[in-house]
Design a protein around this ligand. Structure first.
Ligand SMILES: CC(C)(COP(=O)(O)OP(=O)(O)OC[C@H]1O[C@@H](n2cnc3c(N)ncnc32)[C@H](O)[C@@H]1OP(=O)(O)O)[C@@H](O)C(=O)NCCC(=O)NCCS
Length: 215
């Protein structure tokens, strides 16, 4: 089933990009597979995602890039690679939000391990989240799911205004059933009461939530 478009025509062309103080977020191209292959398939990256297998091949990366580009062009996703600002246009990470079949918008990301701990992904996620809300006035929230032991990613979400709404489970094509901590970023700041209610709601089926990393 094809998800309905939610992003405007402005974002559906590869000239569309976002800027942060240190980064560009631009559409991925097939050439980016040559950079991505150096880290995306490593166990400490891939196993934290739901859609990238350990040891992912260049051909599989081409398929993923084609999927991201198609979803961008259809207005169902904002999926980008990160590059440093300046002359080097090499991909150093990926970040994106994509529409799930149930209408939820889910966030995913990963970064080259040599660059962890410098605040780069926080910078990228903040920019993407702001853009997603600005571009889609009808969007109420963005979701993300994280393995509970992925402290760095949980911290990124918290720094970007995501609130924990409890535990859940998802079905990964590569890792089977995965226990996750679920997060939601509302357009506006949530009230403590709303957060408490969400935390104590019965565990919902995993549909619509995904491990960060599917971009
Ligand atoms: C998650 C990931 C994108 C973070 O990128 P990053 O650019 O290093 O993130 P940031 O530097 O913006 O923020 C990381 C925060 O986590 C903290 N952190 C990282 N590892 C931590 C740990 N083991 N314990 C406590 N804090 C930790 C950092 O100190 C930092 O917080 P601070 O700014 O308050 O000090 C990167 O580690 C990654 O690509 N991991 C593998 C893929 C992945 O996990 N994707 C997300 C799946 S949900």
């Amino acid at each position: 089933m094809t998800a309905p478009a939610i992003f405007p025509s402005l974002t559906r062309d590869e000239v569309f990009r976002l800027e942060t103080p240190r980064l560009w977020l631009r559409w991925p191209t097939m050439a980016d597979a040559q950079s991505l292959r150096h880290w995306v398939g490593k166990p400490d990256v891939a196993t934290m995602t739901s859609s990238f297998p350990v040891g992912i091949s260049v051909n599989q990366l081409h398929e993923r890039i084609a999927e991201v580009r198609a979803a961008n062009a259809d207005g169902c996703a904002l999926g980008f690679v990160l590059t440093h600002q300046g002359d080097d246009d090499s991909a150093i990470g990926m970040v994106g939000v994509s529409l799930r079949a149930n209408g939820a918008l889910a966030l995913g990301y990963h970064l080259h391990p040599a660059l962890w701990g410098q605040g780069l992904m926080t910078e990228a996620v903040k920019r993407l989240v702001n853009a997603a809300f600005a571009l889609t006035p009808e969007l109420d929230d963005i979701e993300a799911s994280v393995r509970p032991d992925n402290i760095g990613s949980r911290r990124v979400l918290e720094k970007c205004g995501f609130a924990s709404v409890g535990l859940g489970e998802l079905l990964s094509p590569h890792y089977g059933r995965v226990a996750v901590k679920r997060y939601v970023r509302l357009r506006s700041e949530p009230s403590p009461l709303a957060l408490a209610a969400a935390r104590h709601a019965p565990t919902a089926p995993p549909l619509g939530f995904q491990l960060c990393g599917l971009v």
